[in-house]
Write a protein that binds this ligand. Structure first.
Ligand code: UGA
Length: 424
């Protein structure tokens, strides 16, 4: 059954949520505070790169089921469901900053229908459902937690084919109404209390980050003992209790979620009287991983980075997104620069200088005269480059592949000194 929905905030989560809910048949109004963004969205222009999103936005708009308005108050008047998808940035002490969510709740409160349901989709600290209830001051309105599990780059797919839908509510009737929005997705649905739903989100991201830190630590062990991490991971992953996913070694995890959410969970636990040393270790191993990549580049460059030119491929925090927030690539380049390196970067999704980094428009141009090339993001196109052109441009044929992306045999045959992660 189609429902009337408002989505507040058109970032990655809000825009994907609004467009996908419209795609599965609901009537959706999305609101944002940025007038320019709203105007562009109403013309079908997307502010982000997200596989499949443009098509479903365009289709839902032409079917009359999706539109964009300026200001939350203008979106909610006749809506049965209001999704809050506003940012929850990391505050100075590591905790999540709830001011956007509180402001949004205060703004919509006088305009909400009686019996409307306000749904927290933003990742919010445990207890935030109550914070929204207090900001709303509307006893006739239920507040429900419904965390998102969308990966950037495959957010539309993840929304339409979820592993599970989690609904946290004290009010069972409200939970059932929210569950009805997702029925056509035929996904496992789980109803729990709000604190458990909020904790499921943090625990899931923290566990995934832990898997990656674990495999990056195993990669360091592999280097020390002469094992090959690719085979080790494959062998581990056949065990169904472990699984193959999220075991790719790399330059460390980043993005707008894992770093922010792992620090927030350490903070939430600490405030509640538990020192989450395991998760602190996961974060520490990730910091070490950035330095391990920097060390490999320094060795490849001949022992010192001072005044040395380095070529970097990749700036986004992973491939198939244009998002550079908390990108390991940018952190690593910053650390190379701090040791005196002159870094020039190329990324297929970034076309301007960023964070004090010079960005060139072509993967070969950045290699010109560089003492080494470091691969930081796993863009497919890097696999298909003309190695002779790369070798001719570099001052020395040296590659540090922080994603284990390139074909090391082909590189070695072409005379490159190749260093990956966790394999010789
Ligand atoms: C992550 C979660 O995967 C989503 O389930 C969650 O909804 C989202 O955060 C969120 O909280 O909003 P996302 O940050 O888009 O999604 O990206 P991931 O695909 O999870 O990758 C995160 C980082 O881990 C990237 O830097 C990626 O390169 C790295 N990674 C991932 C690895 O180094 N190895 C892997 O095997 C997988």
């Amino acid at each position: 059954m189609a429902s009337n929905i408002a989505v507040i905030g058109t970032g990655y989560v809000g825009l994907t949520t609004g467009a996908c809910l419209a795609h599965i048949g609901h009537d959706v109004i999305c609101a944002d505070v940025d007038q320019h963004k709203v105007e562009r969205l109403n013309q079908g222009e997307l502010p982000i790169l997200e596989d499949g999103l443009e098509e479903i936005v365009r289709d839902a708009m032409s079917a009359g089921r999706l539109r964009f308005v300026l200001g939350a108050a203008n979106a909610v008047a006749d809506r049965e469901f209001v999704f809050l998808c506003v940012p929850t940035p990391q505050g100075e002490d590591g905790s999540a900053d709830l001011s956007y969510i509180q402001d949004a709740a205060t703004e919509i409160s006088p305009h909400l229908l009686s019996e409307a349901i306000v749904i927290n989709k933003s990742t919010v600290p445990v207890g935030s459902t109550r914070v929204v209830e207090r900001a709303l001051r509307r006893p006739d309105v239920s507040v429900v937690s419904n965390p998102e599990f969308l990966r950037e780059g495959s957010a539309v797919h993840d929304f339409l084919h979820p592993d599970r839908v989690v609904i946290g509510a004290d009010d069972q009737a409200a939970a059932i109404r929210v569950a009805s929005l997702y029925l056509s997705l035929a996904a496992p649905l789980m109803v729990t209390d709000p604190a458990s739903a909020e904790t499921i989100k943090y625990a899931s991201n923290a566990f995934l980050a832990a898997k990656i830190s674990f495999v990056n630590a195993i990669a360091a062990v592999c280097e020390a003992v002469g094992a090959d991490v690719a085979d080790v991971v494959l062998g581990m992953g056949y065990d169904k209790r472990i699984g193959q996913e999220f075991l790719r070694p790399g330059p460390g995890w980043g993005g707008s979620c894992f770093p922010k959410d792992s620090h927030a969970l350490v903070h939430i636990a600490e405030n509640a009287g538990y020192q989450f040393s395991l998760l602190e270790g996961v974060i520490e191993v990730n910091e070490q991983q950035f330095d391990r990549v920097v060390d490999k580049v320094r060795v490849a460059a001949g022992g010192s980075l001072d005044g040395v030119r380095i070529a970097a491929w990749g700036l986004t925090f992973k491939a198939r997104t244009d998002d550079t927030r908390d990108s390991p690539a940018i952190k690593i380049i910053g650390r190379l620069q701090a040791q005196g390196a002159e870094v020039i970067a190329y990324d297929p999704a970034i076309h301007h200088d960023i964070a004090g980094i010079t960005v060139a428009a072509d993967p070969y141009a950045v290699c010109e005269g560089a003492a080494a090339l470091v691969v930081l993001t796993e863009w497919d196109e890097f696999k298909w480059v003309d190695l002779e052109k790369v070798g001719a441009a570099l001052a020395k044929r040296r590659i540090v592949d922080a994603r284990n992306l390139m074909d090391r045999n082909r590189l070695r045959q072409a005379g490159f000194d190749y260093q990956g992660i966790g394999r010789s």
